[in-house]
Design a protein around this ligand. Structure first.
Ligand code: ATP
Length: 545
Protein backbone atom coordinates (compact mmCIF):
# COMPACT_ATOMS: atom_id res chain seq x y z
CA UNK A 1 0.00 0.00 0.00
CA UNK A 2 2.88 2.32 0.82
CA UNK A 3 4.40 1.56 -2.56
CA UNK A 4 1.19 2.79 -4.22
CA UNK A 5 1.36 5.97 -2.21
CA UNK A 6 4.98 6.63 -3.17
CA UNK A 7 4.18 9.46 -5.57
CA UNK A 8 2.55 11.34 -2.73
CA UNK A 9 5.17 10.52 -0.15
CA UNK A 10 6.14 14.21 0.27
CA UNK A 11 2.62 15.21 1.30
CA UNK A 12 2.03 12.01 3.27
CA UNK A 13 5.27 12.47 5.22
CA UNK A 14 4.32 16.10 5.91
CA UNK A 15 0.89 14.99 7.18
CA UNK A 16 2.61 12.39 9.35
CA UNK A 17 5.03 15.05 10.69
CA UNK A 18 2.23 17.52 11.47
CA UNK A 19 0.24 14.78 13.19
CA UNK A 20 3.38 13.73 15.07
CA UNK A 21 3.89 17.32 16.20
CA UNK A 22 0.29 17.32 17.40
CA UNK A 23 0.92 14.06 19.29
CA UNK A 24 4.06 15.40 20.92
CA UNK A 25 2.24 18.57 21.99
CA UNK A 26 -0.51 16.39 23.37
CA UNK A 27 2.01 14.30 25.30
CA UNK A 28 3.51 17.48 26.75
CA UNK A 29 0.17 18.73 28.09
CA UNK A 30 -0.26 16.32 31.05
CA UNK A 31 3.33 16.96 32.03
CA UNK A 32 2.79 20.74 31.97
CA UNK A 33 -0.53 20.37 33.78
CA UNK A 34 1.27 18.33 36.46
CA UNK A 35 3.86 21.09 36.80
CA UNK A 36 1.15 23.73 37.22
CA UNK A 37 -0.52 21.62 39.90
CA UNK A 38 2.80 21.06 41.68
CA UNK A 39 3.50 24.81 41.61
CA UNK A 40 0.05 25.66 42.91
CA UNK A 41 0.43 23.16 45.77
CA UNK A 42 3.87 24.59 46.53
CA UNK A 43 2.35 28.14 46.34
CA UNK A 44 4.77 29.14 43.58
CA UNK A 45 2.39 31.60 41.85
CA UNK A 46 4.91 32.91 39.31
CA UNK A 47 5.94 29.45 38.15
CA UNK A 48 2.30 28.37 38.00
CA UNK A 49 1.48 31.37 35.77
CA UNK A 50 4.31 30.45 33.44
CA UNK A 51 3.05 26.88 33.37
CA UNK A 52 -0.45 28.07 32.46
CA UNK A 53 1.07 30.16 29.66
CA UNK A 54 2.88 27.09 28.32
CA UNK A 55 -0.34 25.07 28.56
CA UNK A 56 -2.15 27.66 26.44
CA UNK A 57 0.65 27.65 23.88
CA UNK A 58 0.46 23.85 23.83
CA UNK A 59 -3.29 23.94 23.19
CA UNK A 60 -2.92 26.50 20.40
CA UNK A 61 -0.16 24.38 18.83
CA UNK A 62 -2.39 21.29 18.94
CA UNK A 63 -5.27 23.11 17.20
CA UNK A 64 -3.02 24.68 14.57
CA UNK A 65 -1.20 21.42 13.80
CA UNK A 66 -4.49 19.53 13.67
CA UNK A 67 -6.00 22.01 11.19
CA UNK A 68 -2.89 22.02 9.01
CA UNK A 69 -2.78 18.20 8.92
CA UNK A 70 -6.52 18.03 8.13
CA UNK A 71 -6.28 20.54 5.26
CA UNK A 72 -3.23 18.84 3.80
CA UNK A 73 -4.78 15.42 4.10
CA UNK A 74 -7.98 16.62 2.36
CA UNK A 75 -5.95 18.07 -0.48
CA UNK A 76 -3.72 14.98 -0.76
CA UNK A 77 -6.67 12.62 -0.66
CA UNK A 78 -8.29 14.68 -3.46
CA UNK A 79 -5.16 14.35 -5.58
CA UNK A 80 -4.79 10.62 -4.91
CA UNK A 81 -8.46 10.14 -5.78
CA UNK A 82 -8.19 12.07 -9.05
CA UNK A 83 -5.07 10.13 -9.95
CA UNK A 84 -6.60 6.74 -9.12
CA UNK A 85 -9.73 7.60 -11.09
CA UNK A 86 -7.79 8.73 -14.15
CA UNK A 87 -5.42 5.81 -13.99
CA UNK A 88 -8.15 3.18 -13.70
CA UNK A 89 -10.20 4.92 -16.40
CA UNK A 90 -7.30 4.98 -18.85
CA UNK A 91 -6.44 1.38 -18.02
CA UNK A 92 -10.01 0.15 -18.42
CA UNK A 93 -10.11 1.79 -21.86
CA UNK A 94 -6.87 0.11 -22.86
CA UNK A 95 -8.02 -3.42 -21.96
CA UNK A 96 -9.04 -5.76 -24.77
CA UNK A 97 -12.72 -6.16 -25.67
CA UNK A 98 -12.32 -9.79 -24.51
CA UNK A 99 -11.78 -8.53 -20.94
CA UNK A 100 -14.96 -6.47 -21.07
CA UNK A 101 -16.88 -9.45 -22.50
CA UNK A 102 -16.19 -11.37 -19.30
CA UNK A 103 -16.28 -8.69 -16.59
CA UNK A 104 -19.20 -7.19 -14.71
CA UNK A 105 -19.78 -3.54 -15.56
CA UNK A 106 -21.25 -2.80 -12.10
CA UNK A 107 -18.07 -4.09 -10.42
CA UNK A 108 -15.86 -1.95 -12.61
CA UNK A 109 -17.94 1.16 -12.03
CA UNK A 110 -18.04 0.63 -8.25
CA UNK A 111 -14.25 0.20 -8.20
CA UNK A 112 -13.54 3.19 -10.45
CA UNK A 113 -15.76 5.61 -8.56
CA UNK A 114 -16.91 4.76 -5.05
CA UNK A 115 -14.21 2.38 -3.85
CA UNK A 116 -11.26 4.52 -4.89
CA UNK A 117 -12.79 7.41 -2.90
CA UNK A 118 -12.60 5.38 0.30
CA UNK A 119 -9.13 4.15 -0.54
CA UNK A 120 -7.74 7.64 -1.08
CA UNK A 121 -9.17 8.90 2.19
CA UNK A 122 -7.72 5.84 3.94
CA UNK A 123 -4.25 6.59 2.55
CA UNK A 124 -4.26 10.29 3.36
CA UNK A 125 -6.01 10.37 6.71
CA UNK A 126 -6.04 7.00 8.42
CA UNK A 127 -2.68 5.70 7.21
CA UNK A 128 -0.83 9.01 7.37
CA UNK A 129 -2.06 9.60 10.92
CA UNK A 130 -1.12 6.11 12.10
CA UNK A 131 2.48 7.04 13.10
CA UNK A 132 1.15 9.88 15.25
CA UNK A 133 -1.22 7.49 17.00
CA UNK A 134 1.64 5.09 17.59
CA UNK A 135 3.70 7.93 19.04
CA UNK A 136 0.84 8.99 21.32
CA UNK A 137 0.40 5.39 22.50
CA UNK A 138 4.09 4.67 22.93
CA UNK A 139 4.77 8.11 24.47
CA UNK A 140 1.95 7.82 27.00
CA UNK A 141 3.10 4.30 27.93
CA UNK A 142 6.74 5.38 28.36
CA UNK A 143 5.75 8.40 30.44
CA UNK A 144 3.53 6.20 32.61
CA UNK A 145 6.54 3.92 33.14
CA UNK A 146 8.65 6.92 34.03
CA UNK A 147 6.12 7.95 36.65
CA UNK A 148 5.82 4.42 37.98
CA UNK A 149 8.22 1.71 36.69
CA UNK A 150 6.20 -1.03 38.38
CA UNK A 151 3.65 -0.68 35.56
CA UNK A 152 6.10 -2.40 33.26
CA UNK A 153 4.77 -5.60 34.78
CA UNK A 154 1.17 -4.71 34.12
CA UNK A 155 0.96 -3.44 30.52
CA UNK A 156 2.11 -6.68 28.72
CA UNK A 157 -0.83 -8.46 30.32
CA UNK A 158 -3.50 -6.49 28.43
CA UNK A 159 -1.95 -6.08 24.97
CA UNK A 160 -2.38 -9.71 23.72
CA UNK A 161 -6.11 -9.45 24.51
CA UNK A 162 -6.42 -6.58 22.05
CA UNK A 163 -4.64 -8.37 19.29
CA UNK A 164 -6.77 -11.46 19.67
CA UNK A 165 -9.92 -9.35 19.42
CA UNK A 166 -8.60 -7.52 16.37
CA UNK A 167 -7.57 -10.73 14.64
CA UNK A 168 -10.94 -12.42 15.07
CA UNK A 169 -12.98 -9.29 14.35
CA UNK A 170 -10.81 -8.09 11.47
CA UNK A 171 -11.18 -11.29 9.46
CA UNK A 172 -14.97 -11.16 9.75
CA UNK A 173 -15.06 -7.48 8.82
CA UNK A 174 -13.07 -8.13 5.69
CA UNK A 175 -15.20 -11.04 4.52
CA UNK A 176 -18.41 -9.18 5.24
CA UNK A 177 -17.08 -6.05 3.59
CA UNK A 178 -16.37 -7.95 0.40
CA UNK A 179 -19.75 -9.64 0.29
CA UNK A 180 -21.50 -6.38 1.05
CA UNK A 181 -19.62 -4.61 -1.73
CA UNK A 182 -20.58 -7.37 -4.19
CA UNK A 183 -24.20 -7.05 -3.16
CA UNK A 184 -24.08 -3.26 -3.68
CA UNK A 185 -22.58 -3.73 -7.15
CA UNK A 186 -25.39 -6.17 -7.98
CA UNK A 187 -28.06 -3.66 -6.89
CA UNK A 188 -26.41 -1.00 -9.03
CA UNK A 189 -26.11 -3.31 -12.02
CA UNK A 190 -29.68 -4.58 -11.74
CA UNK A 191 -31.03 -1.02 -11.70
CA UNK A 192 -28.92 -0.14 -14.72
CA UNK A 193 -29.92 -3.24 -16.64
CA UNK A 194 -33.60 -2.80 -15.88
CA UNK A 195 -33.54 0.86 -16.92
CA UNK A 196 -31.83 -0.10 -20.16
CA UNK A 197 -34.63 -2.52 -21.08
CA UNK A 198 -37.49 -0.59 -19.47
CA UNK A 199 -39.59 -0.37 -22.67
CA UNK A 200 -39.41 -4.20 -22.94
CA UNK A 201 -40.36 -4.59 -19.26
CA UNK A 202 -43.37 -2.34 -19.75
CA UNK A 203 -44.48 -3.93 -22.98
CA UNK A 204 -44.39 -7.41 -21.44
CA UNK A 205 -46.11 -5.95 -18.35
CA UNK A 206 -43.61 -7.58 -15.98
CA UNK A 207 -42.89 -4.55 -13.77
CA UNK A 208 -43.88 -6.43 -10.58
CA UNK A 209 -41.57 -9.34 -11.34
CA UNK A 210 -38.70 -6.97 -12.05
CA UNK A 211 -39.49 -5.05 -8.85
CA UNK A 212 -39.28 -8.34 -6.96
CA UNK A 213 -35.91 -9.20 -8.53
CA UNK A 214 -34.60 -5.75 -7.59
CA UNK A 215 -36.09 -5.95 -4.08
CA UNK A 216 -34.35 -9.32 -3.58
CA UNK A 217 -30.96 -7.80 -4.33
CA UNK A 218 -31.73 -4.75 -2.19
CA UNK A 219 -32.71 -7.05 0.69
CA UNK A 220 -29.47 -9.03 0.39
CA UNK A 221 -27.44 -5.82 0.39
CA UNK A 222 -29.42 -4.51 3.39
CA UNK A 223 -28.89 -7.68 5.41
CA UNK A 224 -25.16 -7.75 4.69
CA UNK A 225 -24.80 -4.09 5.50
CA UNK A 226 -26.66 -4.54 8.78
CA UNK A 227 -24.53 -7.55 9.60
CA UNK A 228 -21.43 -5.49 8.93
CA UNK A 229 -22.72 -2.59 11.01
CA UNK A 230 -23.49 -5.03 13.84
CA UNK A 231 -19.97 -6.44 13.85
CA UNK A 232 -18.58 -2.89 13.69
CA UNK A 233 -20.88 -1.73 16.47
CA UNK A 234 -19.85 -4.60 18.72
CA UNK A 235 -16.16 -4.66 17.91
CA UNK A 236 -15.49 -0.91 18.35
CA UNK A 237 -17.11 -0.58 21.79
CA UNK A 238 -15.69 -3.99 22.85
CA UNK A 239 -12.21 -2.69 22.17
CA UNK A 240 -13.15 0.55 23.96
CA UNK A 241 -14.48 -1.44 26.93
CA UNK A 242 -11.35 -3.53 27.11
CA UNK A 243 -9.28 -0.36 26.95
CA UNK A 244 -11.42 1.30 29.63
CA UNK A 245 -11.17 -1.72 31.95
CA UNK A 246 -7.45 -1.90 31.34
CA UNK A 247 -7.06 1.76 32.17
CA UNK A 248 -9.19 1.48 35.32
CA UNK A 249 -7.00 -1.45 36.40
CA UNK A 250 -3.97 0.64 35.50
CA UNK A 251 -5.22 3.52 37.61
CA UNK A 252 -6.13 1.30 40.59
CA UNK A 253 -2.86 -0.59 40.37
CA UNK A 254 -0.79 2.49 39.61
CA UNK A 255 -2.40 4.73 42.24
CA UNK A 256 -1.93 2.25 45.02
CA UNK A 257 1.65 1.82 43.88
CA UNK A 258 2.11 5.60 43.69
CA UNK A 259 0.65 6.04 47.17
CA UNK A 260 2.91 3.40 48.67
CA UNK A 261 5.82 4.95 46.80
CA UNK A 262 4.77 8.26 48.30
CA UNK A 263 4.67 10.18 44.99
CA UNK A 264 3.68 13.85 44.68
CA UNK A 265 0.11 14.95 43.75
CA UNK A 266 1.56 16.31 40.47
CA UNK A 267 2.76 12.80 39.54
CA UNK A 268 -0.61 11.34 40.42
CA UNK A 269 -2.34 13.96 38.28
CA UNK A 270 0.00 13.32 35.35
CA UNK A 271 -0.51 9.61 35.76
CA UNK A 272 -4.30 9.98 35.43
CA UNK A 273 -4.00 12.22 32.37
CA UNK A 274 -1.57 9.89 30.57
CA UNK A 275 -3.78 6.92 31.34
CA UNK A 276 -6.71 8.85 29.80
CA UNK A 277 -4.57 9.85 26.80
CA UNK A 278 -3.77 6.19 26.19
CA UNK A 279 -7.44 5.50 25.32
CA UNK A 280 -7.10 7.57 22.13
CA UNK A 281 -4.65 5.37 20.21
CA UNK A 282 -6.28 2.21 21.51
CA UNK A 283 -9.68 3.35 20.22
CA UNK A 284 -8.12 4.44 16.92
CA UNK A 285 -6.50 1.02 16.57
CA UNK A 286 -9.90 -0.70 16.26
CA UNK A 287 -11.03 1.84 13.67
CA UNK A 288 -7.74 1.58 11.80
CA UNK A 289 -7.90 -2.19 11.68
CA UNK A 290 -11.42 -2.21 10.21
CA UNK A 291 -10.50 0.38 7.58
CA UNK A 292 -7.27 -1.36 6.79
CA UNK A 293 -9.06 -4.64 6.10
CA UNK A 294 -11.45 -2.84 3.83
CA UNK A 295 -8.76 -0.86 2.02
CA UNK A 296 -6.68 -4.00 1.53
CA UNK A 297 -9.67 -5.64 -0.24
CA UNK A 298 -10.12 -2.66 -2.56
CA UNK A 299 -6.42 -2.49 -3.20
CA UNK A 300 -6.34 -6.18 -4.14
CA UNK A 301 -9.15 -5.62 -6.64
CA UNK A 302 -7.47 -2.50 -7.97
CA UNK A 303 -4.21 -4.38 -8.30
CA UNK A 304 -5.95 -7.20 -10.18
CA UNK A 305 -7.53 -4.68 -12.56
CA UNK A 306 -4.32 -2.73 -13.16
CA UNK A 307 -2.51 -6.07 -13.55
CA UNK A 308 -4.75 -7.00 -16.51
CA UNK A 309 -2.69 -6.62 -19.64
CA UNK A 310 -3.56 -3.75 -21.98
CA UNK A 311 -3.92 -4.66 -25.65
CA UNK A 312 -0.35 -5.43 -26.78
CA UNK A 313 -0.86 -3.34 -29.93
CA UNK A 314 -0.76 -0.08 -27.93
CA UNK A 315 2.95 -0.51 -27.29
CA UNK A 316 3.91 -1.18 -30.92
CA UNK A 317 5.42 1.47 -33.13
CA UNK A 318 4.29 0.19 -36.56
CA UNK A 319 2.25 2.76 -38.48
CA UNK A 320 0.46 1.61 -41.61
CA UNK A 321 0.96 5.15 -43.04
CA UNK A 322 -1.04 6.04 -46.16
CA UNK A 323 -2.98 2.86 -46.71
CA UNK A 324 -4.39 1.74 -50.06
CA UNK A 325 -6.74 -0.69 -48.39
CA UNK A 326 -5.78 -4.17 -49.65
CA UNK A 327 -6.92 -6.75 -47.09
CA UNK A 328 -5.86 -10.36 -46.91
CA UNK A 329 -6.87 -13.11 -44.48
CA UNK A 330 -4.44 -16.02 -44.55
CA UNK A 331 -5.75 -19.30 -43.11
CA UNK A 332 -7.33 -17.46 -40.16
CA UNK A 333 -9.09 -19.41 -37.41
CA UNK A 334 -10.67 -18.06 -34.27
CA UNK A 335 -12.78 -19.27 -31.35
CA UNK A 336 -14.20 -17.18 -28.49
CA UNK A 337 -13.02 -18.49 -25.12
CA UNK A 338 -14.98 -21.60 -24.16
CA UNK A 339 -16.79 -21.71 -27.52
CA UNK A 340 -16.41 -23.84 -30.62
CA UNK A 341 -14.51 -22.36 -33.59
CA UNK A 342 -16.33 -19.29 -34.90
CA UNK A 343 -14.08 -18.90 -37.95
CA UNK A 344 -12.11 -21.74 -39.55
CA UNK A 345 -9.34 -21.49 -42.10
CA UNK A 346 -10.47 -18.23 -43.65
CA UNK A 347 -8.60 -17.28 -46.83
CA UNK A 348 -9.77 -14.03 -48.26
CA UNK A 349 -8.31 -11.42 -50.58
CA UNK A 350 -9.91 -8.01 -50.90
CA UNK A 351 -8.23 -5.64 -53.34
CA UNK A 352 -7.72 -1.98 -52.59
CA UNK A 353 -10.78 -0.03 -53.75
CA UNK A 354 -12.94 -3.13 -54.01
CA UNK A 355 -16.48 -3.18 -52.67
CA UNK A 356 -17.35 -6.57 -51.24
CA UNK A 357 -20.52 -7.79 -49.64
CA UNK A 358 -20.18 -10.24 -46.77
CA UNK A 359 -23.26 -12.32 -46.30
CA UNK A 360 -24.36 -15.46 -44.49
CA UNK A 361 -26.81 -16.66 -41.88
CA UNK A 362 -27.13 -15.25 -38.38
CA UNK A 363 -24.19 -16.33 -36.27
CA UNK A 364 -22.12 -17.33 -39.32
CA UNK A 365 -19.21 -15.22 -38.07
CA UNK A 366 -19.47 -12.04 -40.18
CA UNK A 367 -19.14 -9.53 -37.33
CA UNK A 368 -16.37 -11.65 -35.81
CA UNK A 369 -14.39 -11.45 -39.05
CA UNK A 370 -14.69 -7.66 -38.93
CA UNK A 371 -13.67 -7.61 -35.25
CA UNK A 372 -10.52 -9.55 -36.14
CA UNK A 373 -9.67 -7.02 -38.84
CA UNK A 374 -9.96 -4.25 -36.24
CA UNK A 375 -7.84 -6.34 -33.85
CA UNK A 376 -10.57 -6.41 -31.22
CA UNK A 377 -9.64 -10.07 -30.97
CA UNK A 378 -6.50 -11.84 -32.10
CA UNK A 379 -6.77 -14.89 -34.39
CA UNK A 380 -5.83 -18.25 -32.87
CA UNK A 381 -4.11 -19.19 -36.13
CA UNK A 382 -3.22 -17.52 -39.40
CA UNK A 383 -2.65 -13.84 -40.04
CA UNK A 384 -4.32 -10.78 -41.46
CA UNK A 385 -2.49 -8.42 -43.80
CA UNK A 386 -3.15 -4.81 -44.69
CA UNK A 387 -1.34 -3.69 -47.85
CA UNK A 388 0.84 -6.78 -47.45
CA UNK A 389 1.83 -6.10 -43.84
CA UNK A 390 0.74 -8.19 -40.88
CA UNK A 391 -1.72 -6.05 -38.88
CA UNK A 392 -0.41 -7.46 -35.61
CA UNK A 393 2.76 -5.40 -36.16
CA UNK A 394 0.89 -2.09 -36.25
CA UNK A 395 0.22 0.25 -33.36
CA UNK A 396 -3.37 -0.74 -32.78
CA UNK A 397 -4.85 2.79 -32.80
CA UNK A 398 -2.97 3.68 -35.99
CA UNK A 399 -4.53 0.57 -37.56
CA UNK A 400 -8.03 1.35 -36.32
CA UNK A 401 -7.88 4.91 -37.64
CA UNK A 402 -7.66 3.43 -41.15
CA UNK A 403 -10.98 1.69 -40.70
CA UNK A 404 -14.35 3.32 -40.18
CA UNK A 405 -16.93 0.91 -38.86
CA UNK A 406 -20.65 1.48 -38.85
CA UNK A 407 -21.69 -1.17 -36.32
CA UNK A 408 -24.90 -3.16 -36.26
CA UNK A 409 -26.06 -1.29 -33.17
CA UNK A 410 -25.39 2.43 -33.41
CA UNK A 411 -23.53 3.34 -30.23
CA UNK A 412 -25.00 6.77 -29.58
CA UNK A 413 -24.79 8.73 -26.34
CA UNK A 414 -26.94 11.33 -24.64
CA UNK A 415 -25.67 14.49 -26.31
CA UNK A 416 -26.51 16.59 -29.34
CA UNK A 417 -26.72 15.28 -32.89
CA UNK A 418 -23.57 17.27 -33.64
CA UNK A 419 -21.58 15.85 -30.73
CA UNK A 420 -22.58 12.33 -31.69
CA UNK A 421 -21.47 12.76 -35.29
CA UNK A 422 -18.26 14.55 -34.28
CA UNK A 423 -17.17 11.76 -31.91
CA UNK A 424 -13.90 11.16 -33.78
CA UNK A 425 -13.21 14.84 -34.49
CA UNK A 426 -11.49 17.40 -32.28
CA UNK A 427 -13.72 20.22 -33.46
CA UNK A 428 -17.48 19.62 -33.37
CA UNK A 429 -17.96 22.43 -35.92
CA UNK A 430 -15.69 20.85 -38.50
CA UNK A 431 -16.98 21.38 -42.06
CA UNK A 432 -16.61 17.68 -42.78
CA UNK A 433 -19.67 17.02 -40.64
CA UNK A 434 -22.11 18.54 -43.15
CA UNK A 435 -20.58 16.62 -46.06
CA UNK A 436 -20.79 13.35 -44.17
CA UNK A 437 -24.37 14.09 -43.12
CA UNK A 438 -25.38 14.65 -46.71
CA UNK A 439 -23.73 11.46 -47.82
CA UNK A 440 -25.49 9.50 -45.08
CA UNK A 441 -28.77 11.20 -46.11
CA UNK A 442 -29.26 12.49 -42.66
CA UNK A 443 -29.56 16.19 -43.61
CA UNK A 444 -33.30 16.19 -44.17
CA UNK A 445 -34.32 14.70 -40.86
CA UNK A 446 -31.76 16.71 -38.89
CA UNK A 447 -33.21 19.92 -40.36
CA UNK A 448 -36.64 18.85 -39.14
CA UNK A 449 -35.51 18.21 -35.55
CA UNK A 450 -36.54 20.95 -33.08
CA UNK A 451 -32.99 22.26 -32.64
CA UNK A 452 -31.40 20.82 -35.76
CA UNK A 453 -27.82 19.75 -35.08
CA UNK A 454 -28.12 20.93 -31.48
CA UNK A 455 -31.02 18.59 -30.61
CA UNK A 456 -30.35 16.29 -27.65
CA UNK A 457 -31.03 12.72 -28.66
CA UNK A 458 -31.20 10.94 -25.26
CA UNK A 459 -29.45 7.79 -24.04
CA UNK A 460 -28.63 5.54 -26.99
CA UNK A 461 -30.46 8.04 -29.19
CA UNK A 462 -33.89 7.09 -27.78
CA UNK A 463 -35.47 10.24 -29.17
CA UNK A 464 -34.71 9.17 -32.73
CA UNK A 465 -36.13 6.48 -34.98
CA UNK A 466 -34.06 3.38 -35.73
CA UNK A 467 -33.28 4.56 -39.26
CA UNK A 468 -32.31 8.04 -38.00
CA UNK A 469 -29.91 6.48 -35.51
CA UNK A 470 -28.29 4.47 -38.29
CA UNK A 471 -27.88 7.59 -40.40
CA UNK A 472 -26.12 9.37 -37.56
CA UNK A 473 -23.81 6.39 -37.05
CA UNK A 474 -23.07 6.32 -40.77
CA UNK A 475 -22.33 10.07 -40.85
CA UNK A 476 -20.03 9.58 -37.85
CA UNK A 477 -18.07 6.93 -39.76
CA UNK A 478 -17.90 8.90 -43.03
CA UNK A 479 -16.64 12.07 -41.37
CA UNK A 480 -13.01 10.93 -41.33
CA UNK A 481 -13.06 9.73 -44.93
CA UNK A 482 -11.05 6.61 -44.09
CA UNK A 483 -9.49 4.30 -46.71
CA UNK A 484 -11.52 1.34 -45.41
CA UNK A 485 -15.22 1.55 -44.65
CA UNK A 486 -17.14 -1.30 -43.05
CA UNK A 487 -20.89 -1.22 -42.75
CA UNK A 488 -22.24 -4.02 -40.56
CA UNK A 489 -25.93 -4.19 -41.46
CA UNK A 490 -25.73 -0.42 -41.35
CA UNK A 491 -28.54 0.16 -43.84
CA UNK A 492 -30.93 -2.47 -42.54
CA UNK A 493 -33.37 0.23 -41.46
CA UNK A 494 -33.14 2.34 -44.58
CA UNK A 495 -36.13 2.05 -46.82
CA UNK A 496 -35.43 0.63 -50.26
CA UNK A 497 -35.37 3.98 -52.05
CA UNK A 498 -33.08 5.54 -49.51
CA UNK A 499 -30.75 2.57 -49.67
CA UNK A 500 -30.58 2.76 -53.47
CA UNK A 501 -29.84 6.48 -53.26
CA UNK A 502 -27.20 5.85 -50.61
CA UNK A 503 -25.63 3.16 -52.72
CA UNK A 504 -25.47 5.46 -55.75
CA UNK A 505 -24.03 8.36 -53.81
CA UNK A 506 -21.63 6.12 -52.03
CA UNK A 507 -20.33 4.78 -55.32
CA UNK A 508 -19.11 8.26 -56.13
CA UNK A 509 -18.09 9.16 -52.62
CA UNK A 510 -16.51 5.83 -51.87
CA UNK A 511 -14.55 5.63 -55.08
CA UNK A 512 -11.04 4.49 -54.28
CA UNK A 513 -12.03 3.19 -50.90
CA UNK A 514 -12.21 -0.41 -49.81
CA UNK A 515 -15.70 -1.14 -48.61
CA UNK A 516 -17.02 -4.19 -46.79
CA UNK A 517 -20.77 -4.39 -46.55
CA UNK A 518 -22.10 -6.96 -44.13
CA UNK A 519 -25.59 -7.37 -45.42
CA UNK A 520 -28.52 -9.48 -46.45
CA UNK A 521 -30.16 -6.73 -48.48
CA UNK A 522 -30.32 -7.27 -52.24
CA UNK A 523 -29.72 -3.55 -52.96
CA UNK A 524 -26.51 -3.62 -50.95
CA UNK A 525 -25.47 -6.91 -52.51
CA UNK A 526 -25.94 -5.33 -55.92
CA UNK A 527 -23.58 -2.54 -54.96
CA UNK A 528 -20.73 -4.95 -54.38
CA UNK A 529 -18.10 -6.05 -56.88
CA UNK A 530 -18.07 -9.40 -55.16
CA UNK A 531 -20.24 -11.37 -52.75
CA UNK A 532 -18.57 -13.46 -50.08
CA UNK A 533 -20.73 -16.00 -48.31
CA UNK A 534 -19.88 -17.28 -44.85
CA UNK A 535 -21.41 -20.48 -43.54
CA UNK A 536 -20.66 -21.71 -40.02
CA UNK A 537 -17.38 -19.86 -39.95
CA UNK A 538 -16.17 -20.97 -43.38
CA UNK A 539 -16.18 -19.18 -46.72
CA UNK A 540 -18.41 -21.16 -49.04
CA UNK A 541 -18.60 -18.91 -52.08
CA UNK A 542 -16.91 -15.82 -53.36
CA UNK A 543 -18.95 -14.70 -56.39
CA UNK A 544 -18.69 -11.66 -58.58
CA UNK A 545 -21.56 -9.28 -57.65
N1 ATP B 1 -18.19 -11.81 -27.49
C1 ATP B 1 -18.54 -13.06 -27.80
N2 ATP B 1 -18.23 -14.06 -26.96
C2 ATP B 1 -18.56 -15.32 -27.25
N3 ATP B 1 -19.18 -15.70 -28.37
C3 ATP B 1 -19.52 -14.75 -29.26
C4 ATP B 1 -19.23 -13.38 -29.02
N4 ATP B 1 -19.68 -12.66 -30.07
C5 ATP B 1 -20.24 -13.54 -30.93
N5 ATP B 1 -20.16 -14.80 -30.45
C6 ATP B 1 -20.61 -16.04 -31.11
O1 ATP B 1 -19.89 -16.17 -32.33
C7 ATP B 1 -20.71 -16.60 -33.38
C8 ATP B 1 -20.61 -15.62 -34.55
O2 ATP B 1 -21.15 -14.38 -34.20
P1 ATP B 1 -21.12 -13.13 -35.17
O3 ATP B 1 -21.64 -11.96 -34.42
O4 ATP B 1 -19.79 -13.02 -35.78
O5 ATP B 1 -22.18 -13.59 -36.28
P2 ATP B 1 -22.78 -12.77 -37.52
O6 ATP B 1 -22.52 -13.59 -38.72
O7 ATP B 1 -22.30 -11.38 -37.51
O8 ATP B 1 -24.33 -12.87 -37.16
P3 ATP B 1 -25.54 -11.83 -37.43
O9 ATP B 1 -25.93 -11.95 -38.86
O10 ATP B 1 -26.58 -12.40 -36.55
O11 ATP B 1 -25.08 -10.49 -37.04
C9 ATP B 1 -22.12 -16.70 -32.80
O12 ATP B 1 -22.37 -18.08 -32.57
C10 ATP B 1 -22.05 -15.95 -31.49
O13 ATP B 1 -22.87 -16.58 -30.53
Amino acid sequence: MLAKAREYRGSLVLIALLATGESLAMLALPWLAGNVLGDVVAAQAQLANMGVGLLIIGLIAISALHSAAAILSASTSGKILADLRNRTHAHVQSLPIGFHDRSRQGDLLALMTYEVTLLSSFLSSTLARAPAMLITGAGATILLFMIDPMLALFIPLIIPGFFLLMKIGGRRIRRLGERSRDAEATVFMTAERQLAILPAIKSFAIEERQDAVYADHVEQARQLQFHQARVDSILGPAVGLLAGLGIIALIVFGMSDLTTANRTPADMFRFLLYAALLTRPVGALADFYGRYQWAAGTLARLEALLGEKAEPGYALAGDPGAVRGAIRFEDVSFAYPGRRATLSNIDLDIKAGEIVALTGENGAGKSTLISLLQQFYVPDAGRILLDGQDISTFQVQALRRQIALVPQRALLFDGTVRDNIALALDDPHDQRIEQAVQLAQADEFIAELPDGYETWIGDNGVRLSGGQRQRIALARALVLNPPILIMDEATSMYDLEAELALVEECQTALAGRTVILVTHRPASLALANRIIRLDHGRITTSDPG
